[in-house]
Write a protein that binds this ligand. Structure first.
Ligand SMILES: Cc1cc2nc3c(=O)[nH]c(=O)nc-3n(C[C@H](O)[C@H](O)[C@H](O)COP(=O)(O)OP(=O)(O)OC[C@H]3O[C@@H](n4cnc5c(N)ncnc54)[C@H](O)[C@@H]3O)c2cc1C
Length: 315
């Protein structure tokens, strides 16, 4: 448990409208279902509320933003400072023309795909297979089935640590494979995407193919974080993991999926330490077998178990 930051932050930002909750277990808000609490979970009421909060939140309090946690490992000691989770105030989605659609950062990627299909905007069907939000897709340059966020983004809006608005065109995002170069403490609030004119029935059919492929080839109903490691240039992470004998490899309550061996699974009782340790073991074995160092795609946040107590004792 962390000390409660609510009273001091409410005093610093008295007009705040969003919800502040101390010591909220983040394992309940992530796909991997492991890890400790957020010192303070802030759910802003909207972009203005978020900007106000950021402008008042003292700079020595760390701020971390999460989406729906489909690419996230929260360590067992939790996340010190404020964790921002966007919800209702960031959920609007609206077609702007026959090719453009704007979505709030909390909109699920699946809903973006569906809304684009209904509006006859082709190109965004790949989002049907990605279980994150628009904010997470911007940060991760999420992609699948030959499409990537960078291919369709027109503009993204983000608030910096002081609450100032920044508007990025596609080139300004600095997208590379599963990465965007916008500073890590900026919070995306909305984005506009551009596809091509298409037939809604054909787009629906493409989305159905994506969903069926996922169902057959990935453990999408398990506690997982999707691809654990990025594909190294010219290589497939899963092939390297398989060749190193790590398919099914286990540490505590976590194992590498038999179905897709770059997916890491929490059997139900894994600690975040089990999960991270398993990932590091896979990296070691792949390095020893192929000479290639795998890079984590899953984002790891927070501190190990017990580290919070040590921090509190040191203060
Ligand atoms: C079954 C499964 C299948 C998957 N398949 C794919 C796939 O095919 N392709 C793919 O690319 N990914 C895939 N993923 C990974 C994941 O869904 C994507 O990375 C997704 O974009 C993460 O979005 P999220 O909302 O869950 O973000 P989170 O996991 O909550 O966060 C991921 C990162 O985004 C940042 N972030 C989130 N919201 C914001 C915001 N508003 N502003 C700034 N930063 C933000 C976080 O700080 C963090 O660094 C899969 C995951 C699972 C569980």
């Amino acid at each position: 448990m962390f000390p409660d930051l609510t009273p001091s932050l409410k005093a610093a930002a008295p007009e705040i409208r969003g919800r502040l909750l101390p010591n909220v277990l983040l394992s309940e808000l992530t796909w991997l279902r492991a890890g400790g609490p957020a010192q303070l979970l802030f759910t802003p009421a909207g972009a203005d509320d978020l900007a106000y909060f950021l402008s008042r939140c003292p700079l020595d309090i760390p701020v971390t933003v999460i989406g729906v946690g489909s690419n996230l490992l929260v360590r067992d000691g939790g996340v010190p400072g404020v964790v921002i989770r966007l919800a209702r105030g960031f959920n609007e989605i609206a077609p702007l023309s026959s090719t453009r659609i704007r979505a709030g950062a909390a909109v699920p990627d699946v809903r973006l795909a569906q809304a684009a299909a209904s509006a006859g905007i082709a190109g965004l069907a790949f989002y049907r297979g990605i279980p994150g939000t628009v904010g997470g897709a911007l940060r991760m340059n999420a992609g699948a089935h030959g499409g990537e966020t960078k291919d369709f983004l027109v503009e993204a809006r983000a608030l910096d640590r002081g609450g100032k608005l920044h508007i990025y065109g596609n080139a300004g995002m600095g997208f590379t494979y599963r990465h965007c170069a916008v500073p890590l403490d900026y919070v995306f609030t909305e984005a506009t995407f551009e596809g091509t004119p298409g037939d809604p029935a054909e787009i629906e059919a493409a989305m159905k193919d994506v969903a069926e492929y996922r169902e057959a080839n990935q453990p999408i109903k398990s506690r997982t974080g999707g691809s654990t490691f990025k594909n190294p240039p010219g290589q497939s992470a899963w092939k390297l993991i398989n060749a190193a004998g790590c398919r099914g490899l286990r540490v505590g309550g976590a194992h590498m999926s038999e179905l897709h061996c770059n997916f890491l699974i929490n059997d139900g009782n894994a600690t975040a330490a089990d999960i991270e340790c398993l990932g590091e073991l896979v990296r070691e074995r792949v390095l020893a077998h192929s000479g290639i160092t795998l890079e984590w795609e899953i984002k790891r946040i927070g501190i190990p178990a017990g580290a919070g107590d040590q921090l509190a004792a040191a203060e």
